[in-house]
Write a protein that binds this ligand. Structure first.
Ligand code: NDP
Length: 347
Protein backbone atom coordinates (compact mmCIF):
# COMPACT_ATOMS: atom_id res chain seq x y z
CA UNK A 1 0.00 0.00 0.00
CA UNK A 2 1.65 3.30 -1.08
CA UNK A 3 2.08 5.85 1.72
CA UNK A 4 -0.29 8.79 2.08
CA UNK A 5 2.08 10.76 4.30
CA UNK A 6 5.81 11.32 4.53
CA UNK A 7 8.30 12.34 7.17
CA UNK A 8 9.79 15.72 6.27
CA UNK A 9 12.23 18.18 7.88
CA UNK A 10 10.50 21.47 8.75
CA UNK A 11 11.90 24.83 9.80
CA UNK A 12 10.64 25.47 13.33
CA UNK A 13 12.03 29.03 13.61
CA UNK A 14 14.59 31.20 11.88
CA UNK A 15 18.04 30.81 13.44
CA UNK A 16 19.12 33.38 15.97
CA UNK A 17 22.73 33.70 14.76
CA UNK A 18 24.20 30.31 13.87
CA UNK A 19 21.59 27.61 13.07
CA UNK A 20 21.00 25.02 15.81
CA UNK A 21 19.33 21.59 15.84
CA UNK A 22 16.32 23.06 17.68
CA UNK A 23 15.55 25.24 14.65
CA UNK A 24 14.46 22.09 12.77
CA UNK A 25 11.99 19.25 13.42
CA UNK A 26 10.98 16.09 11.58
CA UNK A 27 7.22 16.03 11.10
CA UNK A 28 4.67 13.83 9.34
CA UNK A 29 2.91 15.59 6.46
CA UNK A 30 0.30 14.44 3.88
CA UNK A 31 1.49 13.64 0.34
CA UNK A 32 -0.36 15.26 -2.58
CA UNK A 33 -2.73 12.91 -4.47
CA UNK A 34 -1.13 10.85 -7.24
CA UNK A 35 -3.11 12.41 -10.06
CA UNK A 36 -2.42 12.20 -13.81
CA UNK A 37 1.20 13.10 -14.76
CA UNK A 38 2.55 12.53 -11.25
CA UNK A 39 5.14 10.17 -9.80
CA UNK A 40 5.44 8.73 -6.31
CA UNK A 41 9.16 8.61 -5.51
CA UNK A 42 11.02 6.97 -2.64
CA UNK A 43 13.93 9.30 -1.95
CA UNK A 44 17.25 7.47 -1.58
CA UNK A 45 19.69 10.38 -1.15
CA UNK A 46 19.36 14.10 -0.52
CA UNK A 47 21.90 16.82 -1.03
CA UNK A 48 22.99 19.12 1.81
CA UNK A 49 24.05 22.53 0.47
CA UNK A 50 25.50 25.76 1.86
CA UNK A 51 22.73 27.67 0.08
CA UNK A 52 20.33 26.25 2.71
CA UNK A 53 21.93 28.61 5.23
CA UNK A 54 20.81 31.74 3.38
CA UNK A 55 17.38 30.30 2.71
CA UNK A 56 16.72 30.01 6.45
CA UNK A 57 16.87 33.81 6.74
CA UNK A 58 14.06 36.21 5.89
CA UNK A 59 16.14 39.13 4.66
CA UNK A 60 18.34 38.11 1.76
CA UNK A 61 17.10 36.17 -1.26
CA UNK A 62 19.41 33.24 -1.99
CA UNK A 63 19.23 31.39 -5.33
CA UNK A 64 15.55 30.52 -4.92
CA UNK A 65 12.70 31.04 -2.41
CA UNK A 66 13.48 31.37 1.30
CA UNK A 67 11.93 28.97 3.82
CA UNK A 68 9.06 29.93 6.12
CA UNK A 69 8.85 28.78 9.76
CA UNK A 70 6.41 25.88 10.01
CA UNK A 71 7.02 24.76 6.42
CA UNK A 72 9.02 21.87 4.97
CA UNK A 73 12.53 22.41 3.62
CA UNK A 74 13.39 21.35 0.08
CA UNK A 75 16.50 20.77 -2.00
CA UNK A 76 18.14 18.43 -4.51
CA UNK A 77 17.41 14.72 -4.06
CA UNK A 78 17.51 11.44 -5.91
CA UNK A 79 15.00 8.61 -5.68
CA UNK A 80 13.30 5.73 -7.40
CA UNK A 81 9.80 5.86 -8.90
CA UNK A 82 7.53 3.51 -6.96
CA UNK A 83 4.21 4.38 -8.59
CA UNK A 84 3.65 6.30 -11.80
CA UNK A 85 0.74 8.11 -13.44
CA UNK A 86 2.97 8.95 -16.37
CA UNK A 87 3.50 6.13 -18.92
CA UNK A 88 6.90 7.44 -20.10
CA UNK A 89 8.40 7.18 -16.57
CA UNK A 90 7.70 3.65 -15.30
CA UNK A 91 8.22 2.41 -11.74
CA UNK A 92 11.88 1.57 -11.16
CA UNK A 93 13.15 4.70 -12.93
CA UNK A 94 15.77 6.67 -10.98
CA UNK A 95 15.13 10.42 -10.95
CA UNK A 96 16.78 13.58 -9.63
CA UNK A 97 14.48 16.34 -8.42
CA UNK A 98 14.04 19.24 -5.98
CA UNK A 99 11.92 17.65 -3.24
CA UNK A 100 14.57 16.56 -0.79
CA UNK A 101 14.46 16.83 3.01
CA UNK A 102 11.66 14.20 3.01
CA UNK A 103 11.44 10.43 2.63
CA UNK A 104 8.75 10.32 -0.05
CA UNK A 105 7.88 12.85 -2.74
CA UNK A 106 5.09 13.26 -5.28
CA UNK A 107 6.54 14.90 -8.39
CA UNK A 108 4.41 16.66 -10.94
CA UNK A 109 5.94 16.31 -14.40
CA UNK A 110 4.01 19.36 -15.61
CA UNK A 111 6.41 21.45 -13.53
CA UNK A 112 9.67 22.42 -15.20
CA UNK A 113 12.62 20.25 -14.23
CA UNK A 114 10.42 18.25 -11.82
CA UNK A 115 12.35 15.05 -12.48
CA UNK A 116 15.47 14.28 -14.51
CA UNK A 117 16.24 10.63 -15.18
CA UNK A 118 19.63 9.28 -14.22
CA UNK A 119 21.37 6.08 -15.24
CA UNK A 120 22.58 4.14 -12.19
CA UNK A 121 24.73 1.92 -14.46
CA UNK A 122 26.83 4.89 -15.53
CA UNK A 123 27.90 6.00 -12.04
CA UNK A 124 27.02 5.22 -8.40
CA UNK A 125 23.85 6.95 -7.19
CA UNK A 126 25.61 9.45 -4.82
CA UNK A 127 27.78 10.66 -7.71
CA UNK A 128 24.63 11.92 -9.47
CA UNK A 129 24.14 14.45 -6.68
CA UNK A 130 27.87 15.18 -6.39
CA UNK A 131 30.48 15.12 -9.12
CA UNK A 132 27.96 14.40 -11.91
CA UNK A 133 25.34 16.64 -10.33
CA UNK A 134 24.95 20.34 -9.59
CA UNK A 135 28.18 20.28 -7.59
CA UNK A 136 30.51 19.08 -10.33
CA UNK A 137 28.60 21.18 -12.83
CA UNK A 138 29.19 24.30 -10.71
CA UNK A 139 32.92 23.62 -10.75
CA UNK A 140 32.85 22.99 -14.51
CA UNK A 141 30.89 26.15 -15.33
CA UNK A 142 33.07 28.26 -13.03
CA UNK A 143 36.28 27.02 -14.59
CA UNK A 144 35.32 26.80 -18.25
CA UNK A 145 32.86 29.61 -18.90
CA UNK A 146 33.43 32.04 -16.03
CA UNK A 147 37.19 31.92 -15.38
CA UNK A 148 38.06 30.46 -18.79
CA UNK A 149 40.90 28.29 -17.48
CA UNK A 150 43.64 27.84 -20.08
CA UNK A 151 46.53 25.43 -20.43
CA UNK A 152 49.45 26.61 -18.32
CA UNK A 153 47.35 28.57 -15.78
CA UNK A 154 48.05 28.60 -12.07
CA UNK A 155 44.68 28.11 -10.40
CA UNK A 156 43.77 28.72 -6.75
CA UNK A 157 40.61 27.16 -5.24
CA UNK A 158 39.23 27.85 -1.74
CA UNK A 159 37.11 25.38 0.29
CA UNK A 160 39.09 22.97 -1.84
CA UNK A 161 38.21 19.78 0.06
CA UNK A 162 34.48 20.45 -0.16
CA UNK A 163 32.07 19.31 -2.84
CA UNK A 164 32.62 22.02 -5.45
CA UNK A 165 36.26 22.56 -4.43
CA UNK A 166 37.33 18.92 -4.71
CA UNK A 167 35.76 18.81 -8.17
CA UNK A 168 37.25 22.18 -9.20
CA UNK A 169 40.83 21.21 -8.37
CA UNK A 170 40.64 18.00 -10.37
CA UNK A 171 38.82 19.60 -13.28
CA UNK A 172 41.27 22.51 -13.42
CA UNK A 173 44.07 20.01 -13.90
CA UNK A 174 42.15 18.08 -16.59
CA UNK A 175 41.43 21.38 -18.37
CA UNK A 176 45.17 22.04 -18.63
CA UNK A 177 46.10 24.06 -15.54
CA UNK A 178 49.79 23.73 -14.81
CA UNK A 179 49.63 24.34 -11.07
CA UNK A 180 46.61 23.94 -8.78
CA UNK A 181 46.62 25.27 -5.22
CA UNK A 182 43.89 24.79 -2.64
CA UNK A 183 43.01 25.98 0.85
CA UNK A 184 41.04 24.05 3.45
CA UNK A 185 40.51 24.01 7.19
CA UNK A 186 42.98 21.75 9.03
CA UNK A 187 45.98 19.57 8.22
CA UNK A 188 43.97 16.42 7.43
CA UNK A 189 41.98 18.12 4.71
CA UNK A 190 45.14 19.72 3.32
CA UNK A 191 46.81 16.30 3.11
CA UNK A 192 43.77 14.96 1.24
CA UNK A 193 43.95 17.81 -1.28
CA UNK A 194 47.35 16.64 -2.43
CA UNK A 195 46.88 12.88 -1.97
CA UNK A 196 43.37 12.40 -3.29
CA UNK A 197 42.29 15.45 -5.28
CA UNK A 198 45.46 16.08 -7.27
CA UNK A 199 46.33 19.52 -5.89
CA UNK A 200 49.99 20.47 -6.22
CA UNK A 201 49.98 22.31 -2.91
CA UNK A 202 47.60 23.05 -0.06
CA UNK A 203 47.39 25.58 2.75
CA UNK A 204 45.45 25.50 5.99
CA UNK A 205 43.69 28.86 6.16
CA UNK A 206 43.14 28.46 9.88
CA UNK A 207 46.86 28.09 10.56
CA UNK A 208 48.36 30.73 8.28
CA UNK A 209 47.18 33.95 6.61
CA UNK A 210 46.21 33.00 3.05
CA UNK A 211 48.11 35.97 1.68
CA UNK A 212 51.35 34.51 3.13
CA UNK A 213 50.48 31.02 1.92
CA UNK A 214 49.94 32.24 -1.66
CA UNK A 215 53.21 34.19 -1.63
CA UNK A 216 54.94 30.96 -0.60
CA UNK A 217 53.08 28.51 -2.88
CA UNK A 218 52.68 30.73 -5.95
CA UNK A 219 55.56 33.22 -5.79
CA UNK A 220 54.97 34.23 -9.43
CA UNK A 221 51.28 34.82 -8.84
CA UNK A 222 48.06 33.10 -9.90
CA UNK A 223 45.99 33.38 -13.08
CA UNK A 224 42.64 32.16 -11.79
CA UNK A 225 40.89 32.20 -8.43
CA UNK A 226 37.83 29.96 -7.95
CA UNK A 227 36.20 31.62 -4.95
CA UNK A 228 34.01 29.54 -2.65
CA UNK A 229 34.49 31.57 0.52
CA UNK A 230 34.97 35.33 -0.06
CA UNK A 231 36.35 37.47 2.77
CA UNK A 232 40.03 37.22 3.65
CA UNK A 233 40.72 34.59 0.98
CA UNK A 234 39.26 36.73 -1.79
CA UNK A 235 41.35 39.68 -0.60
CA UNK A 236 44.47 37.47 -0.56
CA UNK A 237 43.73 36.19 -4.06
CA UNK A 238 43.33 39.74 -5.38
CA UNK A 239 46.87 40.43 -4.24
CA UNK A 240 48.24 37.21 -5.73
CA UNK A 241 46.52 37.53 -9.13
CA UNK A 242 48.65 38.46 -12.11
CA UNK A 243 47.68 41.26 -14.45
CA UNK A 244 44.66 40.15 -16.46
CA UNK A 245 43.77 37.46 -13.91
CA UNK A 246 40.25 36.01 -13.69
CA UNK A 247 38.07 35.28 -10.67
CA UNK A 248 35.02 33.00 -10.69
CA UNK A 249 32.85 34.20 -7.79
CA UNK A 250 31.03 31.01 -6.85
CA UNK A 251 30.09 31.46 -3.18
CA UNK A 252 30.94 33.19 0.07
CA UNK A 253 31.11 30.62 2.88
CA UNK A 254 32.92 33.06 5.18
CA UNK A 255 30.29 35.76 4.83
CA UNK A 256 27.25 34.24 6.50
CA UNK A 257 26.24 36.79 9.11
CA UNK A 258 28.10 39.54 7.25
CA UNK A 259 31.58 38.90 8.72
CA UNK A 260 34.49 41.06 7.52
CA UNK A 261 32.67 42.55 4.53
CA UNK A 262 33.91 46.11 4.90
CA UNK A 263 37.59 45.29 5.48
CA UNK A 264 37.96 43.03 2.43
CA UNK A 265 36.13 45.21 -0.05
CA UNK A 266 38.92 47.81 0.29
CA UNK A 267 41.18 45.38 -1.55
CA UNK A 268 39.12 45.76 -4.72
CA UNK A 269 41.51 48.46 -5.90
CA UNK A 270 43.64 45.47 -6.98
CA UNK A 271 41.02 44.72 -9.64
CA UNK A 272 41.59 48.17 -11.10
CA UNK A 273 45.37 48.10 -10.93
CA UNK A 274 45.65 44.63 -12.46
CA UNK A 275 42.73 44.83 -14.94
CA UNK A 276 41.17 41.77 -13.31
CA UNK A 277 37.93 40.15 -14.35
CA UNK A 278 35.68 39.18 -11.43
CA UNK A 279 32.51 37.40 -12.49
CA UNK A 280 29.79 35.97 -10.31
CA UNK A 281 27.58 33.17 -11.57
CA UNK A 282 24.63 30.98 -10.68
CA UNK A 283 25.01 27.54 -12.15
CA UNK A 284 21.42 27.10 -13.30
CA UNK A 285 21.90 29.93 -15.83
CA UNK A 286 24.35 27.75 -17.75
CA UNK A 287 22.31 24.62 -18.47
CA UNK A 288 23.36 24.73 -22.13
CA UNK A 289 26.76 23.41 -20.96
CA UNK A 290 25.27 20.40 -19.17
CA UNK A 291 25.43 17.79 -21.98
CA UNK A 292 29.08 18.66 -22.64
CA UNK A 293 29.81 18.52 -18.90
CA UNK A 294 28.08 15.15 -18.37
CA UNK A 295 29.79 13.52 -21.30
CA UNK A 296 33.29 14.77 -20.40
CA UNK A 297 33.05 14.11 -16.67
CA UNK A 298 31.45 10.68 -17.13
CA UNK A 299 34.38 9.78 -19.42
CA UNK A 300 36.92 11.02 -16.87
CA UNK A 301 35.15 9.05 -14.12
CA UNK A 302 35.08 5.87 -16.20
CA UNK A 303 38.76 6.15 -17.00
CA UNK A 304 39.65 6.88 -13.36
CA UNK A 305 41.06 10.32 -14.11
CA UNK A 306 38.74 11.98 -11.59
CA UNK A 307 37.57 10.92 -8.13
CA UNK A 308 34.14 11.42 -6.61
CA UNK A 309 34.10 11.72 -2.85
CA UNK A 310 31.10 12.03 -0.51
CA UNK A 311 30.43 12.35 3.21
CA UNK A 312 27.18 10.50 3.91
CA UNK A 313 25.00 10.43 7.03
CA UNK A 314 22.10 8.02 7.50
CA UNK A 315 18.41 8.74 7.87
CA UNK A 316 16.21 11.82 7.70
CA UNK A 317 16.74 12.44 11.42
CA UNK A 318 20.41 13.13 10.69
CA UNK A 319 19.69 15.75 8.00
CA UNK A 320 19.65 18.92 10.14
CA UNK A 321 22.85 17.78 11.86
CA UNK A 322 24.41 17.15 8.45
CA UNK A 323 23.72 20.78 7.50
CA UNK A 324 25.35 22.04 10.71
CA UNK A 325 28.33 19.73 10.08
CA UNK A 326 28.72 21.11 6.55
CA UNK A 327 28.62 24.72 7.73
CA UNK A 328 31.26 23.83 10.32
CA UNK A 329 33.57 22.20 7.76
CA UNK A 330 32.95 18.61 8.92
CA UNK A 331 32.54 17.26 5.38
CA UNK A 332 34.99 16.10 2.72
CA UNK A 333 33.52 16.16 -0.78
CA UNK A 334 29.77 16.21 -1.27
CA UNK A 335 27.59 16.19 1.87
CA UNK A 336 24.67 13.77 1.47
CA UNK A 337 22.04 12.05 3.57
CA UNK A 338 21.04 8.48 2.69
CA UNK A 339 17.28 8.18 3.17
CA UNK A 340 16.74 4.52 2.26
CA UNK A 341 18.77 1.48 1.21
CA UNK A 342 20.76 2.09 -1.95
CA UNK A 343 20.27 -0.98 -4.16
CA UNK A 344 23.66 -0.35 -5.79
CA UNK A 345 25.65 0.42 -2.63
CA UNK A 346 28.33 -2.07 -1.64
CA UNK A 347 29.56 -1.55 1.93
P1 NDP B 1 31.35 22.48 0.62
O1 NDP B 1 31.27 21.01 0.49
O2 NDP B 1 32.55 23.19 0.09
O3 NDP B 1 31.13 22.83 2.14
C1 NDP B 1 31.37 24.07 2.63
C2 NDP B 1 32.83 24.19 3.12
O4 NDP B 1 33.11 25.54 3.36
C3 NDP B 1 33.06 23.51 4.45
O5 NDP B 1 33.38 22.15 4.29
C4 NDP B 1 34.22 24.31 5.03
O6 NDP B 1 35.44 23.66 4.70
C5 NDP B 1 34.17 25.64 4.26
N1 NDP B 1 33.94 26.76 5.16
C6 NDP B 1 32.96 26.92 6.07
N2 NDP B 1 33.09 28.12 6.69
C7 NDP B 1 34.19 28.71 6.16
C8 NDP B 1 34.86 29.94 6.39
N3 NDP B 1 34.42 30.82 7.30
N4 NDP B 1 35.98 30.22 5.67
C9 NDP B 1 36.44 29.34 4.74
N5 NDP B 1 35.85 28.15 4.48
C10 NDP B 1 34.74 27.84 5.19
O7 NDP B 1 30.07 23.16 -0.04
P2 NDP B 1 29.74 23.18 -1.60
O8 NDP B 1 30.84 22.58 -2.35
O9 NDP B 1 28.37 22.66 -1.79
O10 NDP B 1 29.72 24.75 -1.89
C11 NDP B 1 30.94 25.47 -2.02
C12 NDP B 1 30.59 26.90 -2.40
O11 NDP B 1 29.96 26.90 -3.68
C13 NDP B 1 29.61 27.57 -1.45
O12 NDP B 1 30.01 28.91 -1.27
C14 NDP B 1 28.30 27.51 -2.19
O13 NDP B 1 27.42 28.52 -1.79
C15 NDP B 1 28.79 27.67 -3.62
N6 NDP B 1 27.88 27.20 -4.65
C16 NDP B 1 27.56 28.10 -5.64
C17 NDP B 1 26.77 27.73 -6.68
C18 NDP B 1 26.49 28.73 -7.74
O14 NDP B 1 25.66 28.47 -8.61
N7 NDP B 1 27.16 29.87 -7.72
C19 NDP B 1 26.16 26.38 -6.76
C20 NDP B 1 26.61 25.48 -5.70
C21 NDP B 1 27.43 25.91 -4.68
P3 NDP B 1 36.80 23.91 5.55
O15 NDP B 1 36.88 22.82 6.55
O16 NDP B 1 37.84 23.84 4.53
O17 NDP B 1 36.65 25.25 6.21
Amino acid sequence: MPPRTTRVVCLVRRPDGEPALGDFAVEQRPLPPLSEGRLLVRNLYMSVDPSMRGRLESTEKHYTHNFTPGSPLDGRALGVVVESRCPSVPPGTFVRHQLGWREWAVLDLAETDAAGRIDPQLAPLPTWLGLLGQTGFTAYVGLTRIAEVRPGDTVFVSAAAGAVGSAAGQLARLLGAERVIGTAGGPDKCALLVKEFGYDAAADYRAEPVRDALARLAPDGIDVYFDNVGGEQLAAALHALRTGGRVALCGMMSQFGGASRSADINQLIQAVLKRLTLRGFIVRDHDDLRPEFESRVADWLRSGRITARETVTDGLDSAAGALLTLLDGGNVGKMLVRLADDPYHRA
